[in-house]
Write a protein that binds this ligand. Sequence first.
Ligand code: ADP
Ligand code: ZN
Ligand code: ZN
Length: 737
Amino acid sequence: MSHWLCVLVQTPAHASLGSVLSYRSESLLAPGTLVRVPLGKRETLGVVWDADAAQATGELDPGKVRDVAGVLEGITPLSANWQQLLTFTAQYYQRSIGEVALAALPPQLRELSPQQVQRRLQRVQKPPSGATPGVDTALPTLSPEQATVVSQIQSQAGPFLLFGATGSGKTEVYLHSVQTLLASEPLSQALVMVPEINLTPQLEARFKARFAPIYGEDAVVSLHSGMTNPQRLKSWLAAHSGTARIVLGTRMAVFASMPQLRLVVVDEEHDPSYKSSEGARYSARDLAVYRGRLESAKVLLGSATPSLESWHHSRPAAEGGRYVRLHMPSRIGAPPAATPDGSPPTARQAMRSTAATPDGLPLVRRVDMNHQHRNAVFSIPLLEAIKERVARGEQSMVFLNRRGYAPVLHCTDCGWKSECPHCSAFRVFHKIDRTLRCHHCGFTERVPRACPTCGNPDIAPLGRGTERLEEHVAELLADVRRPNTVSAEFPDGEPVRVARIDADTTRLKGELQSQLAAVHAGDVDVLVGTQMIAKGHDFRRITLVAAVNPDGALFSSDFRAPERLFSLLMQAAGRAGRDAALGERSEVWIQTFQPAHPLYAALKRHDYPGFATQQLLEREQAGLPPFTAQALVRAEARTQEVAQAFLNAASSAARNDMAQWEGWAPVLDQITLYPAVPMSIQRVANIERAQMLVESPSRAALQQFLTAWQAVLHATRQGPDGKGLVRWAVDVDPLAI
Ligand code: ADP
Ligand code: ZN
Ligand code: ZN
């Protein structure tokens, strides 16, 4: 007897065919089973889905229903929780379930035959070698703050927001919590997420060092997009089969199949890279919280500068907070903020917490650039401070959030600028290979010999990127010598070594690691770079961090820009003086034309709570997230008119047609649809882009509206107002507006 099954497949986005199709099978297959099914002329990977949960939209004519081609036998069906996680993701982020579920599986599964998968499985399921459970490894004794936090995590349900200064030992708290869990529950699994691929090797080394001696090498696996497809499949199978007890990964890891998941850690939870910027634009941090509740796993979010959303969620329960806030204010090695037994701090300790450098954190200095030479890139005192570091054999880090040599090239005669012919943006001048490169569409050309419009040979860079900054630093320090390297060849000492780390210097695989290694080894005196160097890396000998020109974000049209700037500067400050012995004299320099700005004042006090309170107040007054829920619809077309017309048509259909639907008036009353506007970079690669903001004080109302509005958007796309449209997509909880 044959059975009808619903199967999820990946169909082209917005194809008329849905992503849940009907197939026939000789045996009854449980939901979550991985199968191979015919689709058109191809054969593809599918997931058997609960017939009730999903509306099959495929061809139901019995004569046309095709047979399942094969079952991936060795792989146990994906759990009901996993299916629910993916169902929720698709609904919440307004994408098809097939697209979301198939994208969450390792790419290689799509290509392999059931026999090939079988062989991969056998390799993973080898019993772990040399594992001796229960081995005692020497553990660091927890600091009093860490011990308090660890016991709170054990005794409460969470979710937790661990608010801990950089260097306060958050990673050690993660390690401890994972260790306690694995030791107490024999099959349990933990998921630990970090925002960037670049941070995974460091984390993996720390987790392997701790857990491989106890549970074997295979107990810790990574999952991120920098891995090869075979590696990813191997990790995924290890997690799915339970061999892997710990999965470390980037945002994609939130979908890892982990049947015994008991703990989810999201490190640097504020980081924007947890939000996907293509396909289903999910937030892995938010999904981690959802998944934790679904699977009764504890969730631990950690940051020195939490997202304002998470901070708001962790307000006292009496005020409506849903997360438990945990606090670790002191750096490891610095004297604790409170006495270990929890008694009130002594007068001396209380005084320290109001001092300029609380608990081992670096001193923040603001340089008023209004009093410096008009075109100075480095103020005189900052340059002197860097020279002092060089003289002492310490390192400095200078960062600027713009790569390339100069953001624009221009002609001083006729005013020509290096615009990209395909985008509404300038092409950036890269001196190293004398190119003009568009950072949006990639269009690259050699720098012209003379101005393309008037022939003037004198075309000049405008503004400054990291490449030019590096050159400038090297010039300024050209005569400086390192006194501790005096030799016959260098009687006054060797010259200063300046290096740069940004997306341009680290394009090739392995380059970032080797450049970081050079910094760690002390082969660099002054490191120049973008935010890439501000995040996470544990530099021991950096005692000065400088932001040469951070003011831009204070006046950005993006309401999240101050939040991002504050967290970036705090992160950067966290790079300074991580070696406790050097912490005393570590400094963060901010060059600014707005020295009295409250953001910098809060930074000087290392006062994230103060900054957050003020920002949240502004957001509440302005009706912005987290006090409202937002979604963006983006549309792309050959002309701006077409893109906007589509959005405006869908908007008026919502207002006019949906208002007629039974019972919908109260929902629509809570929805604000703004007019369509061009995106801030209006044209990329000759495609015009427009967006429309949808807002509601109620997240539930917004969800209800978006789900129903999908059909309207699809219909508008098919109608006259969709003519000429290239694509459209919804972004729920967008990070950039
Ligand atoms: P964070 O993640 O908060 O920036 P880490 O966990 O990386 O901080 O800890 C900072 C440094 O302090 C690391 O070098 C770590 O090995 C060390 N450390 C953390 N906890 C302890 C402890 N309890 N005893 C000794 N050293 C510790
Ligand atoms: Zn010209
Ligand atoms: Zn371009």
